[in-house]
Design a protein around this ligand. Structure first.
Ligand code: 4NP
Length: 167
């Protein structure tokens, strides 16, 4: 991982949830697929604000939801957000307002990272938070997949148009 270079054209984005086993691994996967389809060069990663699941594979519910969409996320491993992320990533996108509050508290002085909620990129949906599906059923994970898939498609469009803000 190289340190973010503000003069570089390459976009860098980190998706963040609490455990990094349910929501942010799906956001990472969806964004990779959208970027690949559009031939857009971007560095993508995900992390959790909590430490409980460091080194773990995604939740079986997220693996199933991704598999249904034709994407294999079994290789992903959870990690915790670290200080260097605020230098390494230009965009840090939180799954819910609690994650965002935690990120704002961790953010080192002088960090130029742009912190946002993922659902800012889904303006037609009144929800602000991607619901936490941990311990839920396949419908909960399918709902999360639908939200992150649509929101990351809009986020990619904004990045491709050179905007970091939602349209
Ligand atoms: P995530 O879901 O933040 O979407 O990965 C959770 C995963 C684990 C826990 C909570 C939420 N947990 O409490 O262990």
């Amino acid at each position: 991982m190289s340190t973010f270079d503000p003069d570089s054209e390459k976009a860098t984005i980190l998706f963040v949830c609490l455990g990094n086993i349910c929501r942010s691994p799906l956001a990472e996967a969806a964004m990779r697929v959208h970027a690949h389809r559009h031939g857009f060069a971007i560095e993508i990663d995900s992390a959790g604000t909590g430490a409980w699941h460091i080194g773990n594979s995604p939740d079986p519910g997220s693996i199933k939801a991704a598999t249904k969409a034709g994407i294999d996320i079994r290789h992903q491993r959870a990690r915790q957000v670290r200080r260097a992320d605020f230098d390494d990533f230009r965009h840090i996108v939180a799954m819910d307002r609690s994650n965002l509050t935690n990120l704002e508290a961790m953010r080192p002085d002088g960090s130029k990272a742009d912190l946002r909620l993922l659902l800012d990129y889904l303006p037609g949906d009144p929800r602000r938070d991607v619901p936490d599906p941990y311990g839920g059923g396949s419908d909960d994970f399918a709902e999360v997949w639908g939200l992150v898939n649509r929101a990351t498609a809009n986020l990619l469009k904004a990045l491709m148009q050179g905007e970091s803000s939602p349209a």
